[in-house]
Design a protein around this ligand. Sequence first.
Ligand SMILES: CC(C)(COP(=O)(O)OP(=O)(O)OC[C@H]1O[C@@H](n2cnc3c(N)ncnc32)[C@H](O)[C@@H]1OP(=O)(O)O)[C@@H](O)C(=O)NCCC(=O)NCCS
Length: 431
Amino acid sequence: MPSLGTPGRRVAIVAGLRTPFARAGTTLKSLSAIDLGKRCVAELIERSGVDGKLVDAVVYGTVVPSVIAPNIAREVSLLPLLPKGVQAFTVSRACASANQAITDGADQIVLGHADVIIAGGAESLSNVPILHSRGMSEALVAASRAKSFGGRVKALAKVRPRDLVPITPAIAEPSTGETMGESAEKMAKINGIPRADQDHFALRSHRLAAAGTEDGRLTAEIVPVYVPPAFEAMTSDNGIRADSTMEKLKSLKPVFDRKYGTVTAGNSSPLTDGASAVLLMSEERARSLGYEPMAFIRSYAYAALDPGEQLLMGPVLAAPVALQRAGLSLGDMDLIEMHEAFAAQVLCNLHGFESQAWAERAGFSEPLGEVDRSKLNVMGGSIAIGHPFGATGGRILTTLCNELQRRGGQFGLMTVCAAGGMGHAMVIERA
Ligand SMILES: CC(C)(COP(=O)(O)OP(=O)(O)OC[C@H]1O[C@@H](n2cnc3c(N)ncnc32)[C@H](O)[C@@H]1OP(=O)(O)O)[C@@H](O)C(=O)NCCC(=O)NCCS
């Protein structure tokens, strides 16, 4: 049975790119998630030089799908560079949707069903669907079925003022009603994470992302997007605040628990638009085409816990399993990339990695241990760069591969927390 580590069916990460990430409602607001995904995938094909005829499938993730085009993967795949016979499917696992796309693609390669896959994800939080209330929907359906003008008027006359209030999707757990921010706040309290530590972590994220932008390491991973109507190029993220200070961060009011809270706009990831894509190949195919892979997928894992508990602790349960499957320990990792939904969540996750109780919950006798901060999110993370839900996993994997290569490291670990109490972890290796 082939496994992720089996030579020949080992999954190579050949290339990775993303669009610039823009705060929702700003530069990229006129583009849909499909537009962003298409731009990113087209440039991935161009830059990698892969022949579109060799692509077996496009697997793409998104969290807030378009009601009109729910299979975003298929729409993204309909590019002049790809034959129409390339099949495509969409996946959703909240903030780990691009990760799900990548691991689904990797599984197809390991199974021998595919040799070349494009995987990633996109999100436009500037373009979330706004729904009608039930009363309004019923009236509209009744009006559309009415046989006469009078019947249509009668159906619409049933609409009450309260029915006119639109319904917007909330970043809240459907099962508990708790928002992500409230969950982060709760986790900070349970784990005793002070506000100052959260602000320090947020500042670090901005400073490191600003440095990565300044010296070109981050911008090298970015596909310029030409934004209509003037088609001006957007070439870098617009949420990174090189000038942020502890004083400014300290002055921000808590958002999710205004009285006793610690989670602010400054130490949370912002709502963001963007897309990412990676090119995966079987090792055999990559070598036969003459590609030097950036890295290989060594193992991965998903985990979940009760969303009503500590919603964003999934990585603490997934990481030990991924490391065990890789046959490696935390100490073997040269770099660690952890998705930053909130500074509080990262600090709680790090705390969890050191906790005996969490180790036992994950089925292990020993905790993973302390993460060496000099190896963690070395070019910043989602707090500064932004977090287009469906795209983040592709961004993180690309950065991890590039930075591992740059530093001559061998192993890298990435983790992503996701709504529903879920978590993802992946171990990659070079050579
Ligand atoms: C937290 C949140 C509500 C803040 O939204 P917002 O109020 O629109 O945030 P803004 O960008 O307007 O920031 C508010 C203020 O903080 C300031 N600010 C934010 N980050 C800052 C920083 N790093 N340094 C200095 N100032 C900062 C802004 O300048 C702004 O100040 P102003 O009001 O004087 O202009 C929103 O980003 C959010 O919902 N994030 C969480 C998203 C989420 O749940 N994701 C899922 C995770 S998996």
